[in-house]
Ligand binder design. Structure first.
Ligand code: PSU
Ligand code: MN
Length: 308
């Protein structure tokens, strides 16, 4: 068995990569575990549309029937969205069994990076990445997303980190692993629902082209691994910091009380936050994903331009 036995790239995406056209990868855990049905499917399809309107080609990634599919059909997106939590959330350690057993899996940031890299895609847009959880000094709960960023050559465009994570420890971890954390038009790490976190990024860059050039330099020098591009939520959609902080605090306490751990914790907290805010956080979440899709498309176009 070789890699191509397990990876299926859609015709459209394969052709685009061969012709050096801009492609943006998208994850599927955000569909199955990150948002409720039907908003999850609606958002996933809109994100693809936004990427096309911005001149790039979308490649949503998921494991279907034991194959890492790069570029899904509308029906496949609908299928994952309807199945929701019933689909296995597949991070790096879950992938081998799912592939070998011919099962379905929703890809996290880590496994979407793996699929993107296998297909030759350099840019990936999502909402938020996993990181070092609060209390990780005891639980050792550190997302496999961070290790993937350390070793797999894909740029991840996100809206920073939610404070369900320990932002300071997440930044320290990324520094140790040599992952650049870029702020797009900001010196401050965005905190997903809000623009401000109080933590600094490594470097602010103000154009998609500078971001593309930075990643090209990293790769040319053989510095393995990805790059985190953090893009603040547009001001008009950002939430009240005090309200969201209080909500997250309540959700984290509830998870602790119920003894929720491991891969279940992130989906649990996302769902709880959505319920506690009466859907306001879901609205913000959707808008920041759209915003990241736009920036990722521009970066992908710039990156392709460097290879001409
Ligand atoms: N953060 C979000 N929304 C998400 C996730 C994280 O704001 O949907 C998902 C992503 O797929 C991410 C995963 O890769 O959760 C991280 O899970 P864990 O912490 O179990 O590695
Ligand atoms: Mn974890």
């Amino acid at each position: 068995m070789i890699l191509s036995d397990y990876v299926k790239v859609s015709d459209e995406v394969r052709r685009a990569i061969e012709e050096n056209k801009p492609v943006v990868a998208l994850e599927s855990t955000i569909i199955s575990h990150g948002m409720p049905y039907p908003q999850n499917v609606e958002t996933a399809l809109n994100v693809e549309k936004i990427i096309r309107e911005n001149g790039a080609i979308p490649a949503t990634i998921a494991v279907i029937g034991g194959k890492i599919c790069v570029g899904l059909t509308k029906d496949e997106i609908e299928y994952l969205g309807k199945k929701g939590l019933e689909v296995t959330k597949a991070s790096r350690r879950d992938l081998p069994v799912i592939l070998a057993m011919g099962e379905d899996g929703a890809t996290t940031v880590a496994t979407t990076m793996i699929g993107a890299a296998a297909a030759g895609i350099k840019v990936f847009a999502t909402g938020g990445v996993g990181g070092v959880h609060r209390g990780a000094e005891k639980t050792m709960d550190i997302s496999a997303d961070l290790e993937e960023l350390a070793m797999t050559d894909v740029m991840v465009v996100c809206a920073g980190c939610k404070s369900i994570l320990d932002l300071g420890l997440t930044l320290e971890y990324l520094e140790t692993k040599g992952v650049p954390v870029i702020g797009y038009k900001t010196d401050e790490l965005p905190a997903f629902y809000t623009v401000h976190s109080g933590f600094s990024v490594d470097r602010r860059l103000d154009t998609p082209k500078d971001i593309a050039k930075t990643f090209a330099a990293k790769q040319a020098c053989g510095l393995k691994g990805g790059m985190l591009v953090t893009n603040p939520i547009p001001e008009e959609f950002s939430m009240d910091k005090e309200l969201i902080d209080r909500t997250i605090e309540e959700a984290v306490c509830e998870a602790e009380k119920l003894g929720i751990k491991g891969k279940k914790i992130t989906p649990f907290l996302l769902d709880k936050i959505q319920k506690l805010t009466g859907g306001d956080s879901l609205k913000a979440n959707i808008q920041l994903v759209y915003n990241n899709a736009r920036l990722a498309s521009q970066i992908a176009i710039s990156y392709c331009g460097l290879n001409k």
